[in-house]
Design a protein around this ligand. Structure first.
Ligand code: ZN
Length: 245
């Protein structure tokens, strides 16, 4: 499903359009012209439903050369191994999360806690995946003629990065689980979640005055995204918490 001139939504689960498996986050396909990238990989259960959406978008699999992850949680990273093998795509993830991907560490990506909480089926397993490039704040990832700047955005998860695209339609961000439409967030009682980091990350995004928010769940915000960021930022500033997704 095309949602802007260069972006398709090819995966979306429980909190979103439910066009693919329930546990999938929103999976975006960014078209950089000479090459394309997937942003986040979904949960890895029935990834062929995401492939069908990629085909329906008219994108040939061999054009997908990069797979960018925002963080290592199962609903975003569980499909990484599948797409990396299937498309031969370069897996790009934060320096902090890279070893967890490579070893398939279900403690570090809070999957054991999430399975115990009933968010994932008991038999859900995370497939380890080799990382081609580990990124940090200020790095640039090129996808064809598009440049994405890496922002470290912890709070929801350790090792969480977002990808900022200052392009033809203004400032857009692929924000994973940092912020959602309406200024919602996802705070969980897992080791990798931090309220103080979350507040600092929200202040950082607020300062950017974003136009477009490609959120990891639910609806993307295509205009005046800064208004949504501001709602969350105002809550943190009052030492209150924004509503959870
Ligand atoms: Zn997450």
């Amino acid at each position: 499903m095309r949602i802007s001139s260069r972006v398709h939504m090819v995966g979306s689960g429980r909190h979103g359009l439910q066009t693919t498996h329930m546990i999938d986050c929103n999976v975006y396909l960014l078209d950089g012209g000479s090459e394309c990238a997937l942003i986040d990989a979904g949960g890895g259960v029935e990834p062929e439903r995401i492939e069908a959406n990629i085909a329906a978008a008219g994108v040939a699999p061999e054009r997908i050369t990069k797979l960018l992850l925002t963080h290592a949680h199962g609903d975003h990273a569980g499909g990484a191994r599948h797409f990396r093998d299937r498309y031969g795509a370069e897996l790009i993830v934060s320096e902090e999360a890279a070893p967890w991907l490579e070893s398939g560490d279900m403690e570090k990506n809070s999957l054991l806690a999430a399975i115990a909480a009933g968010i994932y089926p008991d038999d859900y397993r995370f497939r380890a995946c080799p990382v081609a490039r580990a990124v940090k704040e200020g790095d640039v990832v090129r996808v064809g003629d598009i440049e994405l700047a890496v922002l470290e955005t912890p709070g929801h998860a350790r090792g969480h990065v977002s990808y900022l695209w200052d392009g033809e339609d203004g400032k857009a961000i692929f924000a994973g689980d940092v912020l959602f439409a309406g200024g919602r967030i996802v705070l969980q009682s897992t080791w990798d979640c931090s309220i103080q980091d979350y507040a600092a990350t929200t202040a950082k995004l607020h300062a950017l005055r974003l136009d477009t928010l490609y959120a990891g769940h639910g609806a993307p915000v295509m205009k005046e995204a800064y208004r949504h960021v501001e709602r969350a930022h105002d809550c943190f500033r009052r030492l209150d918490l924004p509503p959870n997704l």
